[in-house]
Design a protein around this ligand. Sequence first.
Ligand SMILES: Nc1ncnc2c1ncn2[C@@H]1O[C@H](COP(=O)(O)OP(=O)(O)O)[C@@H](O)[C@H]1O
Ligand SMILES: [Mg+2]
Length: 420
Amino acid sequence: MNVFANYAHAGALGRTGENVRFSYQREAGPEQTVSLTMPLSETPYLAPPGEIHPIFDMNLPEGALHEAIRRMFLKVLPEIDKLTMLQITGRSQIGRLRVAGSVEEIKAVPERPLHDLLASAGTEDMFDDLLENYARYSGIAGAQPKVLARDNGSLASTAGYFSPSTASPTASADKTPERVTATGTTHIVKMFDSAQYPALATNEFLCLQAAKKAGLPVPAVWLAENRRCLVVERFDTKPDGGYLAFEDCCALDRRTSVEKYNGTYEQTAKLIAQTVAGVPIVGALRIFFESLVLSCAVRNGDAHRKNFGVLYDTPGQVWLAPIYDIITTTPYLPNDTWALLMDGSKRWPSRKKLMRFGVNSCLLTARQARESIDKTVDAVRATLPELDTHMADASSGGTEREFLEKIRHAWNTGIASLAV
Ligand SMILES: Nc1ncnc2c1ncn2[C@@H]1O[C@H](COP(=O)(O)OP(=O)(O)O)[C@@H](O)[C@H]1O
Ligand SMILES: [Mg+2]
């Protein structure tokens, strides 16, 4: 198999005995770097026996998408190991890497008006149909059912291009008319099982609204009319129609996805500080810090190492990716806590503990840490009326309403825990 970075050949991936091996092709340059942990080299990179390199493991489907693909290919491929899964979904995945026999195999992805989907999403049939058409283009991790899809321009981007210097959109799409439409996927469609996780789409939508209010970089996100589906714009697209490289903090730490809940927030902060390049380190750490304050305030127990990442074009300029995957988890898991250790514990941190973390691990002054906490908590508080509107719209006595009430309760608990 060959590995491409935005259609340029980066190298070859294959098995040598027990090991999977990646070798760069001779002419590969910085824009073909496959991972910051695998700099350009003439020496091949061998993965441990039975494993694949973390960067190729990073986007392998997990959970519901993995199961759907396994079922779809059951007749021709009774057993799907990691390399086989990469063969299926590697042609279209998050970031700029593509895995295929030849460049011709990286075909354009069929378009679909996602705006219509938002208006009509809801039936199980629709998700089955999306899976059937887009599962093979969905090299994307995460437990929730989702596919990568390509919009036909029906959704006006409100985010635009997330630039290196600000880690935020430089301009809205209408201010950049030279933007070329990607021939690959443009959006992530997340469909939630409302029986298993009532109100989860609204939950994630509202948490991202709070992040936006706090001034954090957030991709454009739409909630379907029936509130069972969320469409998120990819933040790794470029104005020229190509993609930025993306690496999550699990891959950056040379770990595969199974280790996403291992480690500490202190290590993650250090990893981010060591990884970002060509942009102010404190700026990146402040965003990381505020996203953790937000996760604490909304009681998100799923802020694991795959839910933070970096973007880059060349290894000389690397910045923190926008915020993603923030949800209030305690309504579903009442005893849920921090996903990683902070100061040796997974208990929800107090204001004092977060302050200490901001100063010691995120290089903030005490005043900056205080301001970050207050601003972020205020943003969550300011999102409560929006939560109330959704609650008023949900039929009373139903599970949707019950879970929205639980989310409200969780936010109030989080806000109170971070009060002065
Ligand atoms: N807006 C985005 N643009 C590009 N990649 C994204 C975006 N949001 C998430 N991702 C990638 O997709 C993966 C799955 O998305 P996520 O929202 O975390 O799903 P889940 O809730 O199932 O964990 C993430 O781990 C990250 O690699
Ligand atoms: Mg996730």
